[in-house]
Ligand binder design. Sequence first.
Ligand code: FE2
Length: 300
Amino acid sequence: MATVKELGYIGIEASDLAAWEAFGVGVLGLQLASRDDASLVFRMDGKAHRITVTHGPADDLAVTGFDCGDAAALDDIAARLAAAGHAVQEGDAALATSRKVERIAVSQDPMGNRVELYVGLADAETPFEPGLTRSGFQTENGGAGHAVLAAKDRQAALDYYGILGFTVSDYVVQEMAPGRVIDAVFTHCNGRHHTLAFADVPGGKRMQHFMTETNEMQDVGLAWDRVVRGGLAPVTLTLGVHANDQMFSFYMHTPSGVDWEYGSGGLIITDEASWQVKQWDAVSTWGHVPAPLLAQALTP
Ligand code: FE2
């Protein structure tokens, strides 16, 4: 059974492109590959693009793109999606060109998110310039990053993404405050502990957060300094380490209101056969303190 290889790219629709340019370059340390009135294209490695921000009112996730590896795999995944009742449409040459891929098909997950299945994402014509990061981004093992998607019907999400080859990594259930329970399922399609997680997230956004991972932990501290000392973005969760994927990270609001997790050191699943699915009762081993709680602690 063919499976997707990685989450190769995402697209975000945003109302304020200028703010996103400042955030992408000046906070995240992404390389701006191109910009015009309608979109910003960011690189995070040798690929032509990884994160594209398109002008529009949604301020939310617009698309996820999954690398199928080759045409036969794309055909197989598309056929199994169709057999399960999910419409899949072959993308035309214009779409393939705009995404810089050899071939593309378009589907929709049960939450209504646009999902693109592609083959052959182009390399950029120039080497990646790491910008504000010292170590660059960890994309070799697992693609662009991970996303937590809002899903009221968890099983429908698992069924759909199961066809793409995602399997459950683990579960986290934690009561964060009386009546506020985090209940999420984490799934992987390659070594990255999770590429997609699903939870019944309040707030109406399609995506709760997206995570990019730097090669070295120092870059997370440097980003923290940029954000906190420079007041560049509202911090939502302080530095901390996640229990399940061991990611050292912090969270902040993007200009679109969805969160961005800036991390390093995430767990790579090296042996699928011996992987044990478990349920964690804590999101974090330490840290990831909500900003209001930190503010309270800092008040004399
Ligand atoms: Fe995350």
